[in-house]
Design a protein around this ligand. Structure first.
Ligand code: NAD
Length: 298
């Protein structure tokens, strides 16, 4: 069934997600601080909103937020919601934010009579445009069921991870593993090449042996073996280094607050700090050329 949806945050990810909601037949009101982003959303068939607080939101059934960080989402939830928003609106936050803020947002929404889920995504800009994102949803089962048909217009795998905040917990743990596996894959390619194997030969062997992982088979950091990988486009993102560093910062905070040891996660964070200083505009698989050039020697 089609819905009336307010979409807030029409950036790299949100623009494609908003367009897919329109394509699925939903009536979408769109808001962003950037005029260019608003114009693009209008061209994609959404209805631009010039002021969130002043808009007529009496028919809005769900709000989707796709914003840079927790403070932006909190600002919208506490100060930015339309006066006329009906009670019982479903709040779906797809941004990647910390677990505590996600749980706080759910409480704020509940106090205002709304339902809330956190629904961060896996998959980059291409998946957002193609409608093939993976959603990890935290919230009550009945609210997950309400969100599912909306999320299905933007993604192909929709998982219920448990209560509020658990979607973010899944996302943060997953991306910490991704960082570690990417660094490991880069080290393995660098070592194998220095020992005399070419990248394709090592890929053919390791992708069918016990070193096989997503960073290798879907996103190979060595140019050649995986056509669609950023390594074949001069390491243009893809998933940019500062985004990975942001997620590793969230993993650091989550580990501190839960008393979890993440020695490799912390090491990965230091490596991506170096990458962010040296190659802020590159894809997170840039670790391989950094190793080759000796940029990670100490
Ligand atoms: P982005 O910076 O391209 O887009 C964010 C948009 O939010 C911008 O257009 C900005 O103008 C808008 N914005 C900021 N504050 C606002 C406010 N108060 N009201 C309205 N609009 C506001 O970021 P992105 O790459 O689209 O990422 C969005 C979220 O998705 C982040 O939390 C990110 O961690 C997560 N994410 C990104 C990727 C990726 O590959 N880019 C992948 C997975 C998850």
């Amino acid at each position: 069934m089609t819905k009336t949806i307010l979409f807030i945050g029409l950036g790299n990810m949100g623009s494609g997600m908003c367009a897919n909601l329109v394509k699925a037949g939903h009536k979408v009101h769109a808001f962003d601080l950037s005029d260019a982003a608003m114009k693009a959303a209008e061209e994609a068939g959404a209805h631009p909103v010039s002021s969130l607080t002043d808009m007529d939101a009496s028919k809005v059934e769900a709000i989707v937020t796709m914003l840079p960080a927790g403070k932006h989402v909190k600002q919208v939830y506490t100060e930015g919601l339309p006066e006329t928003l009906p009670r019982g609106t479903l709040m779906i936050d797809c941004s990647t934010i910390d677990v505590e803020t996600a749980r706080d947002l759910a409480r704020i929404a509940r106090e205002r009579g709304h339902a809330a889920v956190d629904a961060p995504v896996s998959g980059g800009v291409a998946a957002a445009q193609a409608g093939t994102l993976t959603f990890m949803v935290g919230g009550e089962k009945q609210h997950f069921e309400m969100a599912k048909p909306i999320l299905e217009a933007m993604g192909k795998n929709i998982f219920h991870a448990g209560g509020n905040g658990n979607g973010q917990a899944a996302k943060i743990a997953n991306n910490m593993l991704l960082a570690i596996s990417m660094i490991g894959t880069c080290e393995a390619f660098n070592l194998a090449e220095r020992l005399g194997l070419d990248a394709q030969t090592f890929f053919d062997i390791s992708s069918r042996a016990s070193g096989q992982c997503w960073s290798m088979t879907s996103y190979c950091p060595a140019p050649g073996p995986v056509e669609s990988a950023p390594s074949n486009r001069g390491y243009k993102p893809g998933f940019a280094v500062p985004m990975m560093l942001k997620d590793l910062g969230l993993a650091h905070d989550a580990a501190e607050s839960s008393g979890s040891a993440i020695p490799l996660g912390e090491h990965a964070r230091r490596i991506y700090e170096r990458a962010a200083e040296m190659h802020p505009d590159m894809d997170f698989s840039v670790i391989l050329p950094m190793l080759k050039k000796g940029e990670l020697k100490d």
